[in-house]
Ligand binder design. Structure first.
Ligand code: AMP
Length: 391
């Protein structure tokens, strides 16, 4: 069997999927992850039909390299599958990478130099690439970037109003969740051909959340900017924040950079505001007013950002919900849709409750859609395309 391995490596988890590419179109064969690296490591994997292949605690997985090694050892027990190429999710492609690339020494060096722009993510994304090159230098590897989809923005959209020298050092807007948006852009002509080429807002609402404005299937603007902290409130990140708050935390409260980082990445957002949970399911089930406040804030900010992005597009033909919250929560979709009513969006409550693909009424001026995202499939497709051209 010819296969492509897709790797998405973070600080505490190593996610992997194996795609069978024998037929030419990637077909998911294994989906798994090593969670709780360094704390309570656990290896889980299912096959293409969802049946459990492994679910066990791991004792000696203290860091990402040992997670890669333990996962590789488990893979070898399966036998059979030859890995033809590895596709990696890489958070940062900087200002230049506007499409996936085959990794060689020069590319790896350039990606390394982008690490200061995403210090929490980029080194973790690159570590498995290096390990795989050491273990098996003949297997081609492809880097697929979260930023690449956004590289077609106009220059005036991607700068901050800061001295130009800072922009030239890389302090500018990049946008993220690009693989998710690219997948949505590919699916749109299949599920909604009438609006696919038009003015579309895609909302990736998961534990990380952002929105992307697209025209003709290409990114125009995104709520995330220099880092994945900007834009919408998220599970544990605040979203858009007056930079004066950060100065206050440092200057008046004496917080260190590490403490502010921890606050902004792990203690803020729905979790910080509610004081209850970062999980929308828990907040929806709670009768605590703090849970309601957090959800009201989320819907409010979604509406505000959607308004700004609709302005960027000069109107709106379709709005797509995706990711954990967007795909699974009729309640949140209804609340966000309410905030789009001024643009002519009209929700069909039954279709919404049923989780249909089109959840707007026939009379709605904005087509409301639910499209499950699939970043890993996008990576597998890119990887296959690139090794195809390299062969
Ligand atoms: P993701 O990062 O895309 O995997 O999304 C994870 C988030 O989706 C979780 O933290 C939950 O807040 C949210 N989520 C998942 N399932 C549901 C659901 N049925 N209803 C509401 N929110 C959900």
């Amino acid at each position: 069997m010819r296969t492509i391995l897709v790797i998405n490596a973070g600080s505490s988890s190593l996610k992997f999927q194996l795609f069978d590419v024998e037929s030419g179109a990637p077909r998911r064969a294994i989906r798994g992850q090593m969670d709780g690296i360094g704390v309570h490591p656990r290896l889980k994997a299912t096959d293409g039909a969802g049946a459990t292949l492994v679910d066990r605690a791991e004792t000696a997985v203290l860091d990402l390299p040992s997670a890669v090694e333990a996962t590789r050892a488990w893979f070898q027990t399966l036998g059979g599958a030859r890995i033809d190429a590895i596709g990696h999710r890489v958070v940062h492609g900087g200002p230049d990478f506007d499409h996936p690339v085959l990794i060689d020494d020069a590319v790896l060096d350039r990606l390394d130099r982008l690490s200061p722009l995403a210090p929490l993510h980029q080194p973790n994304n690159l570590a498995p690439i290096r390990l795989a090159r050491e273990i098996n230098p003949d297997v081609p590897q492809v880097a697929c970037f979260d930023t690449a989809f956004h590289r077609g923005h106009p220059a005036f959209a991607d700068c901050y109003a800061l001295p130009r020298a800072l922009h030239d050092e890389g302090i500018r807007r990049y946008g993220f969740h690009g693989l998710s948006y690219e997948y949505i852009a590919h699916r749109l002509p299949e599920v909604a051909p009438k609006v696919a080429g038009g003015r579309v807002l895609a909302a990736h609402l998961g534990s990380g959340a952002s929105m992307c404005a697209m025209r003709g299937g290409r990114g125009v603007e995104c709520t995330m900017g220099f880092t994945a902290l900007d834009g919408l409130p998220m599970g544990t990140r605040p979203g858009q924040l007056d930079p004066g708050v950060v100065l206050h935390l440092i200057e008046e409260k004496g917080m260190t950079a590490a403490e502010v980082t921890r606050l902004l990445y792990h203690e803020a957002g729905l979790k910080g505001l509610s004081g209850i949970s970062n999980d929308v399911r828990v907040l929806l089930a709670s009768d605590d007013p703090a849970a309601a406040l957090a959800l009201d804030h989320f819907a409010w900010r979604c509406g505000l950002h959607a308004g700004g992005l609709a302005a960027a597009l000069g109107g709106l033909d379709a709005f797509v919900f995706t990711a954990g919250i967007g795909e699974n929560s009729p309640a949140v979709r209804a609340r966000v849709a309410e905030r789009l009513a001024w643009l002519g969006a009209e929700l069909d409550p039954d279709a919404n409750a049923a989780g249909a693909t089109v959840i707007s009424t026939p009379a709605s001026r904005v087509t409301l859609l639910v499209i499950p995202t699939d970043e890993e499939l996008m990576i597998a497709r890119h990887t296959l395309a690139l090794i195809g051209t390299a062969a």
